[in-house]
Design a protein around this ligand. Structure first.
Ligand code: TRP
Length: 336
């Protein structure tokens, strides 16, 4: 391990329930890469969470591996970050069960994600969907992280985790470190290209740019991106009244590093006709090396396997320490 033990720990997960897209990259993964040196980081493919809604097995497997390859292709160094597949580390399911017994029915009932998902999948409101947040709390607490970088939609789950910590530690002493929600930065909130009021999401594929997408498809999606019906038709940042253009500006800023002011000046008097393809081009060039590197890694099966095996081993080492402590505190007989 590093001599520098004062590094703070971070942990986050993404469900392999859809192909990764530009919103995942600019909103999350890109920031993860920048944190490698300053933090001790754990990132995992949340496949246990993914099965709370029905998945096609072959797709789940393919997406999980592709996602891992993409993390590495995006620049997350598997030597310096612990990258793993959730189901490979049994401690998640084990602590998840324990924490189920320290999470209240009322708390789980209040989770907006549960309400949304049970409305969307009315034919499959299973127990896992309901207790999802206890498992997420286990994911987090096994690694005793200081920070949990997640989107605003996951804040409620982190808060529930904090309640569980308080309840559990209140009974058994300082077992879990209190984790903190770590807000992912503003400018990187990527909205749907066709309905810019919504977050970019795989469920609206025409408004979503996937990391593995062909350049011509990316170009088409940006050319067709919804701009705004106001009469001035100029590139000006105004998320309230011009959500479409403002979203494209945020994307362009995140990709090029230009400020919003600089973008306004660069496209002054040019309307949307030049701006939209320019954003498309910038995104194509951003994603090209990531796509190529992902394809290369996916072909190198031995390497990919070594990444997830090492990751799971490192993760399990940390997770097991926490789990043992928990089992002891709650009164389980040590196996010896
Ligand atoms: N629930 C998260 C999401 O849907 C994914 C996730 C599962 C997660 N476990 C986690 C995120 C632990 C952070 C920490 O986006």
């Amino acid at each position: 391990m590093e001599a520098n033990t004062v590094k703070k720990t971070m942990l986050s997960g993404i469900q392999p329930s859809g192909d990764l897209h530009l919103g995942n990259y600019l909103g999350a993964i890109k920031n993860w890469v920048g944190r490698t040196e300053a933090f001790d980081c754990f990132y995992f493919m949340a496949d246990l969470h993914a099965i709370t809604v029905r998945q096609n097995p072959a797709d789940l497997r393919r997406r999980t591996l592709t996602q891992l390859a993409q993390y590495v292709a995006c620049g997350l160094d598997p030597e310096k970050n612990t990258l793993f597949i959730q189901s490979h580390v049994r401690q998640h399911a084990e602590l998840g069960w324990v924490l189920n017994c320290y999470t209240m029915f009322g708390e789980l009932s209040r989770m907006t994600q549960f309400k949304d998902k049970s409305a969307k999948h009315a034919d499959n409101i299973n127990g896992g969907l309901f207790t999802y947040p206890s498992l997420m709390a286990a994911d987090i607490l096994l690694y005793q992280p200081d920070f949990v970088p997640v989107g605003a939609d996951q804040k409620q789950h982190v808060e529930l985790t904090r309640n569980i910590v308080q309840r559990f530690n209140g009974v058994y002493g300082e077992v879990f470190k209190m984790p903190e929600f770590y807000s992912t930065k503003e400018g990187a909130r990527v909205m749907c290209l066709t309905t810019p009021e919504n977050k970019m999401s795989k469920s609206a594929p025409e408004g979503c740019v996937f990391l593995m997408e062909k350049p011509e498809d990316i170009a088409r999606k940006f050319k067709r991106a919804v701009t705004d019906s106001d009469t001035e038709r100029c590139v000006r940042y105004d998320p309230e009244n011009k959500p479409g253009v403002s979203n494209l500006m945020n994307i362009y800023a995140a990709v090029t590093g230009m400020s919003l002011d600089e973008i306004e000046r660069a496209f002054e008097g040019q309307g949307y006709g030049r701006f939209k393809p320019a954003v498309g081009e910038a995104v194509i060039e951003l994603l090209r090396p990531i796509r190529e590197e992902t394809e290369r890694i996916l072909k190198d099966k031995a390497y990919l396997e070594s990444v997830y095996k090492n990751g799971a081993e490192r993760a399990a080492y940390v997770a097991e320490k926490t789990l043992r402590k928990v089992y002891k505190k709650i009164g389980f007989v040590p196996r010896g």
